[in-house]
Design a protein around this ligand. Structure first.
Ligand SMILES: Nc1ncnc2c1ncn2[C@@H]1O[C@H](COP(=O)(O)OP(=O)(O)OP(=O)(O)O)[C@@H](O)[C@H]1O
Ligand SMILES: [Mg+2]
Length: 401
């Protein structure tokens, strides 16, 4: 298991692997003492490497350390180490995704090429390594456009550009990105399609609804972004997205593990592909998904990759949402207002509260999706879940400074 201690969800996956009966060797750049207890307690061994930078060096090192240990699988659930995992599989002769199969999950242009060939509706797109190339792509595609890094995550360096004048303003900011993807801007609502698969079969699927769209949530600091995992992903108006999700997995020949796809539904009902990763959604969204069905998807994932099946049924009983909160002002948190009132009104529907404590320095909202903390809620009825989540978005205030 690559990077068993980071990001924050990884120790839960490590515990899942151990619970599914695997003996887990951790491979990471953190000192063993820096690993969270949950990770350390569930590892049979830990191999520390100096950094994740030199993939070929790591592969040589791991081949040497593995010696005659019989390694059955290599897992990574973290975007930057997906290709390393594939290289290790190839070098160790282990089953699972190869480098060639992994690239379309990492490179947004290669991804869309495979999906275009399978007649899946992607935004019109071009890739380029030059500023002149961005200008040409803008003319070919037509405004409004989206300009983003080819291997981005966390919506960083992603820009909506409405006209030529705006493009000229954005261009100087793109200098540090080696390769860019230029896309038709697709207007509408934005959803996910998340799965756990084993042997090419979908064992679990989830649709979450972003409120508002991530690019808007990322542009306006006052917003409390909400991710809402829907109790019922089989409703009619999501059917197109679900069908597309299955078609995308087929086109990419995905077989085992977690996937996280994003897609758009335009206001006239057209379904358009966004992007897909061969990993779970981040920002604690797996917890939100867990709350929809009172299960432990960290362990269900491990069962899928170790055993090829789930040991328990997964039944969806709730809509569940995470509300990410951003403080007002800069510096240390000095006040949290409204929480008591909201908890007395909606406490039965609140599954977790994790806000920075008074005195803690607030985080940089542009750098972290988790912002200054979150509240998670759930309710069997969608309208109630939305109402409760919105109340935590609007009536819970955090002040810094
Ligand atoms: N073609 C498009 N049309 C409309 N909006 C887009 C388009 N491409 C990207 N966006 C917006 O920008 C956001 C970030 O884009 P994308 O998901 O491709 O990048 P990312 O950096 O991988 O993001 P993340 O890791 O947050 O999912 C999307 O969630 C969406 O709101
Ligand atoms: Mg995205």
């Amino acid at each position: 298991m690559i990077s068993p201690g980071y990001p924050a969800e990884m120790p839960f996956f490590v515990r899942g692997l151990a619970a599914a009966g695997a003996r887990v060797i951790g491979l990471g750049d953190q000192p063993v003492d820096a690993l969270p207890h949950l990770a350390r307690d569930n590892l049979a061994a830990y191999w520390q490497i100096p950094s994740f930078g030199d993939e070929h060096g790591i592969v040589d090192d791991i081949i040497r350390r593995a010696g005659d240990i019989d390694i059955d699988g290599v897992e990574s659930l973290w975007e930057p180490t997906m290709v390393l995992a594939a290289r290790l599989r190839e070098a160790l002769g282990v089953a699972g995704m190869t480098v060639e199969q992994t690239i379309p999950f990492r490179d947004k242009e290669a991804m869309k090429r495979v999906l275009d060939d399978a007649d899946i509706r992607t935004p019109r797109h071009r890739s380029t390594t030059t500023i002149a190339g961005v200008r040409e792509a803008a003319v070919a595609i037509g405004f409004p456009i989206i300009v983003k890094p080819i291997a981005g995550a966390g919506s960083s360096d992603t820009y909506r550009v409405d006209d030529q004048a705006a493009l000229e303003e954005v261009l100087p900011r793109l200098g540090n990105v080696p390769e860019l993807s230029v896309e038709e801007f697709v207007d509408g609502e934005e959803f996910t399609f998340d799965t756990i698969c084993a042997n090419g079969a979908v064992l679990y699927e989830n649709i979450s609804w972003y409120r508002p769209r991530p690019l808007i949530a990322r542009s306006l600091e006052w917003i409390s972004p909400i991710t809402l995992a829907l109790r019922d992903p089989t409703v009619d108006h999501l059917a197109g997205g679900r069908a597309m999700g299955h078609a995308v997995l087929d086109a990419l020949r995905f077989r085992d593990g977690f996937t996280h796809m994003e897609w758009y539904r335009t206001f006239d009902g057209e379904v358009v592909f966004g992007e897909i990763g061969a990993r779970p959604p981040g920002a604690r969204t797996v917890d939100v998904m867990n709350y929809t069905c009172d299960t432990d998807l960290y362990t269900r994932w491990a069962e899928a990759v170790v055993l090829g099946h789930f040991t328990q049924p997964v039944v969806r009983s709730y809509n569940a949402a995470a509300v990410m909160k951003r403080a007002q002002g800069q510096g240390p948190i000095r006040a949290i207002e409204g929480l008591g009132r909201l908890l007395s009104e909606f406490g039965d529907s609140v599954t977790s509260v994790d806000l920075l404590p008074i005195g803690a320095h607030r985080r940089d909202w542009r750098q972290t999706l988790l912002s200054d903390g979150w509240v998670m809620v759930r309710h069997p009825e969608l309208a109630s879940c939305i109402e409760i989540a919105d109340r935590f978005a609007s009536d819970l205030q955090i002040y810094a400074g």
